[in-house]
Ligand binder design. Structure first.
Ligand code: SF4
Length: 441
C-alpha cells in the first residue's frame, strides 16, 4: 500500500531550516559561541523566537534577523558539514521562493523581524539553488517593497550574472572559503574548486562592491578550523590576502565540530575553541589595531601561541618598544599596548590635548584595562607604579617567532591597507559600545 507522506507546513519547514542555518557562523552575532555575539536572547519556548535572532549589523544598531536556509538538501559531501549528501541529518526540505518571501513578510509586518539571512545547501546545482535564493530576495524587494537588511550567501561556482544581481539586491554577502588553500579544501570539500568556484567569485563580488554597483556594503568569509590539517599561519596568511586582494571585510572562524556529534555531546574540544578564539584576536589585531600579518607571532610549527593572547605575545618579543608614553605616544604605538584598544587609544590622544594623564585612575576613564597596560606605559617620562613588574622582563617561551612570514618585508610596505575596511572597521565594531570587546584588547 502506498504510504502517504504529508507535505510540511511553512512553520515546520522553518523549524527545520532555521535550525539547520545555525551551523553557519558568518552571521556572528547569531551564534552564541562565535564572534562575541550574544546568541538568541529571547524566550526560546516561543516558536517565533526559535527562528529569529538579534544581530548587530555594520554601521551599528540591531536587527531581528530570520536566519534560514533555502534548502537543507545538498548534492555535495563536505566532510565538516552536517548536510552532506551522504549524511543522515534528519528530514530534508526546501522552501519555494514565494513561500519563504511570504512567510518573511508576515513576520516583518507583525514587527517580529526586520532582516533576512539566507543561505542554502546545493539542491540540483549551485546555479539553480542560487536562482531560488535570488528570486526570494527579488520578491521581497519588488513585490513586497521590503527595503530592510538582507545578508545573502553566494554559493560556490555560481555564474557572474547571479553575483551581479546578489550585489544589487542584498546589503551584505558572504562567500565561505572554509580552507586556506586549494590543497586544504580538497581534503574537506572535494566537490569545490578553490580558485575557480570560490576565489574567482569572491573577486567578482569584491570588484562590484568596490565600484559601488549595488546596495552590498561588504563581503565576508568563513574558515573551518582544524579538519584540513591547516596551520594558523596558513589561515591568517589567506585572511590577510583576501583583505588586500579580494575586498573582503572580515573573516569568521569556526572550530571543527564533528558532524556526527553536532551538539558536542562529547563535550567539545577546549583547545579547538581556544584556537578559534585566538584566530579572532589575530584578525582583530590586523583589522583594527594596525598589526600586519608579519607582526603576528607563531611558534615553530606555525601555530599561534594558545597560552597568551597575540598582542601580549608580540609585546614579549619586542621589549625595546616599551614603555609607551601615554602623553606623547602616537595612536599607533598606544594600540601596541596590551589593554589599550582602538577606542581608548583614540580617547587618550584626544583627551590628553586638554589635560595630560598623570596616573592610572585618569587612564581608566578611557576604557583602558589598566591591570594589563600598567607594565607597558609611562606618563610624561615617569612610571607611576615602580613596584609594577615589567611584563616584558619575562622571556617569551622558546620557539616563538615574531614577524614570521614567507613574505619579504620590503615588498609588502603599503599593501597593508585593507581597502574594504578603510574608515569602516572601528565604527562598525565599536559603535554604540563604551569599550571594545574584551577579547580584542
Ligand atoms: S556544499 Fe555546503 S551544505 Fe553542501 S555539504 Fe558542503 S558545506 Fe554542506
Amino acid at each position: 500500500m502506498a504510504q502517504f507522506i504529508r507535505s510540511l507546513t511553512g512553520e515546520e519547514k522553518l523549524d527545520i531550516l532555521t535550525e539547520s542555518a545555525r551551523y553557519d557562523v558568518c552571521l556572528a552575532s547569531c551564534n552564541g559561541r562565535t564572534g562575541g555575539g550574544s546568541g538568541r536572547m529571547r524566550d526560546p519556548s516561543s516558536p517565533l523566537n526559535r527562528w529569529i535572532y538579534p544581530v548587530a549589523v555594520p554601521g551599528g544598531g540591531m536587527v531581528h534577523m530570520l536566519k534560514v536556509l533555502m534548502s537543507n538538501v545538498c548534492v555535495n559531501n563536505c566532510t565538516y558539514c552536517f548536510f552532506g549528501a551522504k549524511r543522515n541529518c534528519g528530514r530534508r526540505t526546501s522552501f519555494r521562493p514565494e513561500e519563504l518571501a511570504a512567510l518573511f513578510m508576515g513576520f516583518y509586518r507583525a514587527g517580529e523581524v526586520n532582516g533576512l539571512f539566507l543561505s542554502s545547501g546545493i539542491r540540483g546545482s549551485s546555479g539553480e539553488t542560487m536562482e531560488d535564493m535570488l528570486r526570494t530576495v527579488r520578491l521581497l524587494r519588488g513585490r513586497y517593497r521590503f527595503d530592510g537588511y538582507v545578508h545573502l550567501k553566494i554559493l560556490p561556482g555560481v555564474p557572474e550574472d547571479q553575483i551581479r544581481e546578489a550585489v544589487l539586491l542584498s546589503n551584505r554577502i558572504s562567500l565561505n572559503l572554509e580552507a586556506p588553500t586549494g590543497g586544504h579544501l580538497e581534503k574537506i570539500a572535494p566537490d569545490k574548486a578553490f580558485a575557480s568556484d570560490l576565489l574567482k567569485r569572491m573577486d567578482w563580488t569584491g570588484q562590484l562592491i568596490r565600484r559601488g554597483e549595488g546596495r552590498t556594503a561588504s563581503q565576508t568569509t568563513q574558515f573551518v578550523v582544524g579538519p584540513s590539517g591547516e596551520s594558523d599561519l596558513d589561515i591568517l596568511r589567506t585572511v590577510d590576502w583576501v583583505y588586500r586582494e579580494r575586498y573582503v571585510f572580515r573573516s569568521y572562524f569556526s572550530a571543527f565540530q564533528d558532524p556526527e556529534d553536532p551538539l558536542r555531546q562529547g563535550g567539545g574540544d577546549r583547545d579547538a575553541l581556544l584556537r578559534e578564539h585566538r584566530l579572532y584576536q589575530c584578525d582583530f589585531l590586523m583589522r583594527a589595531y594596525g598589526f600586519r600579518f608579519p607582526d603576528l607571532v607563531f611558534d615553530g610549527s606555525d601555530r599561534i601561541p594558545l597560552q597568551t593572547d597575540p598582542k601580549t605575545a608580540w609585546a614579549l618579543l619586542h621589549p625595546h618598544f616599551y614603555p609607551v608614553d601615554i602623553n606623547y605616544g602616537s595612536e599607533e604605538d598606544l594600540l601596541r599596548v596590551p589593554g589599550i584598544g582602538p577606542l581608548s587609544a583614540s580617547r587618550i590622544v584626544s583627551w590628553r590635548k586638554d589635560t595630560p594623564f598623570r596616573n592610572g585612575e585618569d587612564l581608566k576613564k578611557t576604557g583602558c584595562l589598566l591591570s594589563r597596560a600598567a607594565s607597558y606605559i609611562e606618563y610624561s617620562g615617569k612610571r607611576v607604579n615602580r613596584d609594577q613588574p615589567l611584563l616584558f622582563d619575562i622571556d617569551p617561551p622558546r620557539g616563538w617567532e615574531g614577524g614570521h612570514s614567507p613574505l619579504e618585508e620590503e615588498k609588502i610596505g603599503s599593501l597593508y591597507e585593507y581597502p574594504a575596511q578603510k574608515g569602516k572597521t572601528v565604527n562598525y565594531l565599536f559603535k554604540g559600545k563604551d569599550t571594545p570587546p574584551a577579547y580584542c584588547r
